[in-house]
Structures are given as C-alpha cells and as structure tokens.
Design a protein around this ligand. Structure first.
Ligand code: ATP
Length: 884
C-alpha cells in the first residue's frame, strides 16, 4: 500500500525494520518512479524561504542615514523660510537617492540569494538499488540516504546502519557536543537530543558513516516545525564599508559644526540676513555630504560578488571579498585542487612482482602486464570501497571518491566478480589514513584494509617493512599516489582497530596517477607575480607531494615538512620554518590550524583551502577560508568564506584578482567622490568668507551631486581589472582606507576644483556677466572637472594618457554622454533654467570651461607620473600598496 502520510511518528522507538515497513521501503531504497510519485505527494524537501525585509521597510531603510537626516532637516527649514524651490529640490534629491538605493540594494540582495542557491545541498541516496546523488530538495520519505562525516543531514531519518557515527545537533537542541548515534530503538518518550537512533535535518555528521531511511522531509522535519535555519539573511557590508560608515558619521558631525560656525559668523560678523545665511549654510552642508556614496559602494560589492560567481568562486560572507584581495599566502590542498582528481591505477606491486596497468578513465577495461593472479588484491580494492561506477552517456563515471572509483575500475580490469555482503567497517579518516571493511562471500569472511603505506605496512605480519617502505617511496617519487592493501580471514562479525594491528596479510601496493591541472601551473605563476606565496598542504605522501609540486612549478626550497615533523616543533619553531618550506605532507587537519596560526604570526594574510569536516577550524581561523564545492563536505562549506564551484586552484587566483579589483573600485569610488564634495564645500566657504555671492547655489550643488553620483560614480563600480593588478604585491592586512596618501589626493584635487570653479566664477563676474550666468558657468565647470577626474581615477596605477585609457569602457562613455546631455538640458532649456536658476552659457566660455578641465587633469596626471616614477625607483623598499 502506498504511503501518504508525510511523517512517521515514533520512528526512534521502533526498530529499523518496522520503520522500513511502515514507510513501504526496503533497505535498498525506493524505485525511481516511486520516489517521483512521492515527491508529487509530499512536495519538495525544502523549508519555506526566509522572509526578507518587506519592500516598504527596505525603502524606509534608505532614509535611515545621518547624511539624509541632515538633508531632511535642511528641507524642513527651507520650507519654513518658504524657499519652496529649494525644499522641492532637496526632497527630490533625497527621494531619488532612496529610490536608487532601494533598487540597487534589491539587486544586490537578489544577486547574493541567487549565488547562495548555487550552494544548494545534494544527497547520496539509493534509487533502484543504486547509489545516486540527487538534489537535497528531491528527497522523499522512504528514501535510503548515505551519509559520512562532514555531511549535513538532508532530512529527518531513522538509522539503518551507523559506524562510529556522531552528529552535532546544536541548531536543534542547543547542545554543542556531538551526540553518538546507534541503530537500536530508544524509549518512546526520549527527548529529541536522546533519540540516538535518529538523525535530524539540518544537523551535521561529525564522524563516522550512516545509512538511514528518511521519515520526514521539508516542513514536517523537526527543524521545519520550529521554523529554524531561516536566519540566513546576510548583511551587505564589509570592513571597508563599515570604515566608510564610520567616516560618514564623523564627517556629518564636522559639517554640522562648520556650518553652525559659519551661520554665526555670517549673521553676527558679516551682518547677513538670517534666511539668506541659512541658505548658504544649507549649500555648504549639501555640498559636503557625499549622499550617493553608500549606494554606489553597495553596488560595487554586488558587482564584485557576481563577477566572482562567474569565475566559479562563490562568496559566502561578503567581508571575504576584501580579505581574498589582500591574501599574501595561499595554502592549498593538492588532490583535486592542484591536480585533476581523475585517478587511474597505473602500477601495482605485490610480493609476486611488479605490474603495469593500462586503460583510461574509469572504464573497467584495460590490460595488466605481465599477467598474474591479482584476484586477492582486486578483492581488497573492490570491497574496501564505498564508490560506485556508472555507465552513462557513453562514459564511465564515479559516484563517490574518485580514488575508490579508480580501484573499482582496476578490479574490473582483472575481472574480479564484485560480490560480497558488507558486515562491518571502519570508515576512512584523514587522521588514521586507512579504511577497513569486513565482508562475506561464498568463500567466507574477510577483512580488507587499504590506506597509506606506512600505516598499513605496520599492521601487517611477516613482512620486510623496510623493503616495502622503500618500494612505496619509489612509487611516490614517480608522482603516483600510493595505497597499500591487506587482508585477514575472519570469524568475527565486527572489525575493531585494536585487533587489526600486526595481524594482516600484505597483498600489495597500488600506484595511482592523478595528473596536475594544466591551469594550476599558470595560476601558481600568476600568484607568484602577485607577490603571493603558494604552499601545498596535503594528506598525501611527501614523495608524491614533491613530484606534483615540481610538475606545477611550486616548490623552490626542495624541503618538505611532514605532519610528524610539525608535531615535533613548538609554535615558535614552526613559525620559523613555515616561511621557508612550501610543501607540507602527511598532515592532518589539526596541522592546518597550526600552520595558519604560524603564518599569521608573521602578519601574513592567509587563504586556506579545505574539504573535510575537521578542516572547519582552520578555515574559520584563516583570513579567507576556502571550501571545495564539489568534493567538500557541508561542514567545510559552512565554515568557509568562499566556495570554489569547480575545486580548481586557478579559481582561487581568479578570486584574488576579482577581490583586488573590487577593493580598487571601492577606493576609486571613494577617491572620486570625496574631493568633489570637499572642493564644492571649500568653494562655498571661500565665497562666504570673501563676502561674495555663492558661486554655485545649493540647488545646483544638489543637482550636480545627484546626476554625477548615479552616473559617473556608478561607472566606477563597473570598472574592469586594471592592467598589472596581479603584478603588485598584496596590500597589508587591515590597511586603513584613509591613508595619508588618500588625504593628500583629496586635498590636491579639492584645491584644483576650488581654483577652477572660483576662477571661472570671478572671471565671469569680471566680464560683467549677470550672477546667474556666472553661477551656471561655475556649475558646469564643476561637472567638467568631475568628468576629467573620472578618467584620471580609472587608472590609479598607470597612465591615463594612453589610447585605451581614453577609449575607456562602454559604460564610461555612456555615463559621460548622459551627464553631458543633462548639463546641456539644465543650461539651455528654459523650464529647467527656471528651476535651477541657470542661464545659457556663450559657446566660447563653454570651450574655456572644457580647456580648464583639461589643464586640471594634466596637473593631476603629472603628479601621478612623478609619484609612480618615485615608487618604481623605491620598489623593493616600499610596498606599492602603501598608496592606492
Ligand atoms: P589533500 O589534502 O591534498 O586533498 P589527500 O586527499 O591525499 O590530500 P587525505 O584525504 O587526508 O589527503 O588522504 C591522506 C592519505 O590517506 C592518502 O594519501 C591515502 O594514502 C590515504 N587515503 C585517502 N583516502 C583513502 C580512502 N578512501 N581509503 C583508504 N585510504 C585513503
């Protein structure tokens, strides 16, 4: 009878068989068709999406900003003074800012959600009796799922099999110590945390392996019922954005103080009317406030996140986007990251002799030469194995670990009939580096063991350890990944670690090829050029690690430190060694944590990759924790800042490049915006002190700020990577954005702006032009300067006087055209002239304005060239990243 009930109550108290029967399922899982039918009945295994902030609240959130409060305050006072046009324009600008911010923030949030969805979990289940990987959302009650250490439990399940199993259930019970699990039923009224025969959706498997039947999915799970796991909403902020927020608050305070002082000065000393003075002060406040900056910074980050996602680097935590751009050391795994993780058995050595194995990929077809009896070795390869090979689309593929897939292919090549029933197992663990399986077939019971040679050889009896150790070394030096295989005839129905030692019969060594990825060679070279050291931290043998490192151009000192070596060093000694060694072999996850700490002690900014459950602490500790998207465990992904969708080292280099680009662009946005505001404010203040009329009215300043921020400013968010970005050394960790250089840059440009705007204004007055015309010219001068400044800023690290710099990007020219058209409109169209108080500028004066812009641009460019020249001379002594 088909089941229709979405959850099986009391599964913990019933036996595994009873649960299977109640769910109308078997230990071999459901038929694919039945699973599909159940999916239609029960719905996808998904929790309802987290409710984001409502649109209205997001919109109102746009006004929650001190800069905006000041503008709103100004609007209220101008209204009280009945300066309706000013009130209208201020409100229009505030509103326009809010709308733009709202749209952009919405886009940024959408982009982040879409990118997070790329990390949707998968689960290994049995369908039609075969192991397949399916989307976590497709699981249904009755499915039999396979889990191992590091997996996130995809749905509530009743255990059918558990080996050394423990789960961390803090999300559900608050208990942070992992709970041991077992198959036996527990008391009916046991509390959730005591139902040891169950695994709960959303919890993490911390060790061991499990097979379980799913009893409830989606909302019917325990976590679904309490509405948990939904607080996945991310803050759209980074250290740099926070620094800017802080700066903005400080700036607002400063502006208010200066404005207040000027009001008092103008009223009492200058004897101006209060309402007139107040409008001047509003002008200053409006000029000095970088209203558009927060929104433009947010969009810059969002664009960076998307650019990284296109390069297969998925940002899990936004601050990482800055951290990855500043890394000075990348610690990377070998298998699958530097190498392809497409394994094939190439060589075999048994006490009977040495054999070469031919064949490509995972097809169980190929020759073993010379011929010999390798059946027992093949039995170990096939049974001490959790993978499965499938033939799909004319190709053999692996479900599970590629190395185990290669062993299955090898067993196929020697025509081993893979038939045995598994009774017990010790799962592989990167700490003990072997795996053991007890199985039974017609010939009786056998325990098969496979693992790292030094480990397995020590467990074998009657064996010339030194000889075989040497043989394994020789294979490793060829760049092969080496495994030792052994067996023991059994009576028992359990394998335990203690009894294995010294009792095994050695069967042979197997050498697997795992070719390096071609692209990692180029990526390692790129990192070197960018002043980033690359270190390989692998669980593999020192010889194999060294051979692979040589193939990809990574090692330089010829030294390898093994996990055992690291154990012998204290933290201070390790910190000394860690700089000169690039290869760390036979390490376990605990070593990774010590290595990160040792590198950080030198002030280095460390990126660390990881895949296993035990890598989580090192990933968290690293400045940029990077998890593998394909072979990584959920535990590693959750601890990481960045996930590589393709597990490829080259993607890390690409992410560094994007990270540097984003940081540069944020800096460009800031360096473009601040001098503009400072220049405007200085102009107004100078006019006031000189007893002149305002060169640019408050309304005009607001107009300029609005139109240029959303066009020219935003264009900087789309800037491509500058040439030479990956040839600069990394910027120091925690370098403040407001460096001495930036202050100098802001001051210089502000002075140029001041001189140009003021100059044009007084020139116009001297020629006897009416005040509105002089103001119109000053306003246009400001915009022209901003356009030239944009071209200057686009190439902070090189010259802006090349053809490609002038040609720019389509975005840049698009915004320039928009701004120019807008300026023509407000200067020459009568209705707009009425609002902004402008007058048509004579053609010759228009040319004069553009010429002054060009002169100012030339001055800044000369300053840059002198500075870059000095830097080049000093390079080596000073880091280039002390400046922009
Ligand atoms: P990397 O850290 O570069 O990814 P790795 O994958 O070789 O390296 P581990 O997975 O920790 O690191 O493996 C360490 C060693 O343990 C391997 O060199 C191999 O000898 C052994 N080993 C790996 N996987 C298995 C397995 N499934 N069964 C038995 N032994 C294994």
């Amino acid at each position: 009878m088909p089941i229709e009930q979405s959850t099986l109550s009391n599964a913990h108290a019933r036996t595994a068989e009873e649960c299977l029967a109640a769910l109308d399922a078997g230990p071999g899982g459901l038929a694919a068709a039945e699973a599909e039918r159940r999916l239609a009945v029960f719905g996808p295994n998904r929790l309802p999406a987290a409710e984001g902030r409502s649109a209205l609240r997001r919109f109102l959130g746009q006004f929650h900003n001190v800069l905006i409060y000041v503008l709103l305050g100004a609007a209220v006072v101008t209204a009280a003074l009945q300066h309706w046009i000013d009130t209208g324009v201020i409100l229009a600008v505030v509103l326009a800012n809010a709308v733009i911010g709202f749209i952009q923030e919405g886009k940024a949030e959408q982009a982040m959600t879409a990118i997070r969805n790329m990390l949707a979990p998968h689960a290994a289940v049995l369908r039609d009796g075969r192991r397949v990987t399916v989307d976590g959302a497709d699981l249904v009650p009755g499915d039999v799922a396979l889990l191992e250490a590091g997996d996130k439990v995809p749905a509530d399940m009743r255990l059918l099999e558990a080996r050394g199993l423990a789960a961390q259930e803090a999300v559900l019970t608050g208990e942070s110590v992992p709970v041991d699990k077992a198959v036996g039923p527990v008391a009916d009224d046991a509390a959730l945390g005591d139902r040891r025969s169950m695994l709960w959706s959303g919890t993490l498997v911390t060790k061991g392996t499990a097979r379980g039947v799913i009893v409830s999915t989606g909302r019917a799970t325990e976590i679904g019922r309490i509405g948990g796991l939904l607080s996945d909403v991310q803050e759209i902020t980074t250290p740099l954005v926070q620094q800017m927020d802080h700066f903005a608050r400080w700036l607002t305070f400063l502006i208010l103080v200066v404005a207040g002082l000027l009001l008092v000065y103008g009223y009492y000393v200058g004897h101006h009317a209060f309402s007139e003075m107040f409008m001047v002060v509003v002008g200053i406040a409006v000029a000095a406030i970088p209203e558009g900056l927060p929104a433009v910074m947010t969009i810059t980050l969002a664009i960076g996140v998307q650019a990284m996602a296109r390069r297969n680097a998925i940002v899990r935590r936004l601050p990482a986007i800055e951290a990855i751009g500043s890394v000075s050391v990348i610690c990377t795994d070998k298998t699958g990251t530097l190498t392809r993780n497409e394994m094939v058995v190439a060589a075999v050595e048994t006490p009977d002799g040495a054999f070469e194995v031919s064949g490509e990929g995972y097809a169980p077809e190929g020759e073993v030469t010379p011929t010999g009896d390798l059946q027992r070795l093949a039995a170990a390869a096939a049974h001490c194995n959790d993978a499965a090979l499938t033939f799909r689309d004319d190709q053999w593929t692996v479900e599970g670990d590629p190395m185990e897939g290669a062993l299955l292919a090898f067993a196929g090549k020697v025509r081993h009939p893979r038939e045995a029933r598994r009774i017990d197992a010790i799962p592989f663990d990167s700490r003990h580096r072997y795996m053991a399986v007890l199985s039974e077939n017609a010939d009786g019971r056998v325990t098969h063991v496979k693992g790292a040679p030094e480990r397995v050889l020590r467990m074998c009896a009657g064996l010339d350890y030194d000889h075989w150790h040497e043989r394994a070394e020789a294979m490793a030096l060829r760049g092969l990944r080496v495994l030792a295989l052994a067996e023991r005839r059994e009576e028992a129905d359990e394998v335990d670690e203690a009894s294995l030692s010294g009792s095994l019969t050695f069967l042979g060594l197997v050498g697997l090829i795992d070719p390096p990825r071609q692209e990692s060679i180029a990526a390692v070279a790129e990192c070197r050029a960018a002043g980033i050291r690359v270190k390989m931290i692998t669980g593999d043998h020192a010889g194999t690690a060294m051979a692979i490192a040589r193939q990809i151009g990574l090692e330089n000192s010829g030294r390898v430190l093994t996990g055992a070596d690291i154990d012998r060093l204290d933290d201070a000694q390790l910190a000394l060694e860690v700089l000169s060694v690039d290869i760390f072999a036979r390490t376990s996850p605990e070593h990774k944590l010590r290595l990160v700490t040792a590198l950080q002690a030198h002030g280095l900014s460390v990126a660390m990759t990881g895949d296993g459950v035990n890598d989580a602490p090192a990933l968290k500790r690293a400045d940029a924790g990077i998890a593998m998207g394909l072979k990584g465990s959920e535990a590693a992904k959750e601890a990481a800042d960045l996930v590589l969708a393709d597990d490829n080292f080259a993607t890390i280099a690409a992410a560094v490049r994007e990270g540097r680009t984003v940081y540069d662009n944020l800096k460009k946005v800031i360096t473009w915006t601040l001098p503009t505001n400072a220049g405007e404010a200085a102009t107004v203040i100078l006019a006031l002190l000189a007893g002149l009329a305002l060169p640019v009215t408050a309304v005009q300043i607001l107009w300029v700020n609005l139109i240029t921020a959303v066009t020219l400013g935003l264009a900087l968010a789309f800037e491509p990577t500058e040439a030479g970005t990956m040839e600069r050394p990394p910027r120091p960790r925690d370098m403040p954005i407001m460096s001495g250089f930036l202050v100098w840059q802001v001051t210089l440009v502000a002075i140029l702006f001041l001189a140009a705007v003021f100059g044009v204004f007084t020139y116009a007055l001297d020629r006897g032009y009416p005040l509105p015309l002089a103001q119109t010219m000053a306003m246009n001068m400001l915009v022209v300067l901003e356009i030239f400044h944009l071209f200057f800023i686009r190439n902070m690290h090189g010259t802006s006087l090349t053809w490609s710099a002038v040609r720019g990007t389509p975005v840049v020219w698009l915004v320039v055209v928009i701004v120019v058209l807008a300026q023509f409109a407000v200067t020459y169209l009568p209705p707009l002239q009425a609002i902004l108080g402008t007058q048509s500028v004579p053609l010759a004066d228009g040319f004069l304005i553009v010429a002054i812009g060009a002169v100012s641009f030339t001055i800044t460019e000369i300053e840059k060239q002198i500075r870059l020249g000095l830097m080049k001379r000093n390079s080596g002594k000073v880091s280039a990243s002390d400046d922009l």
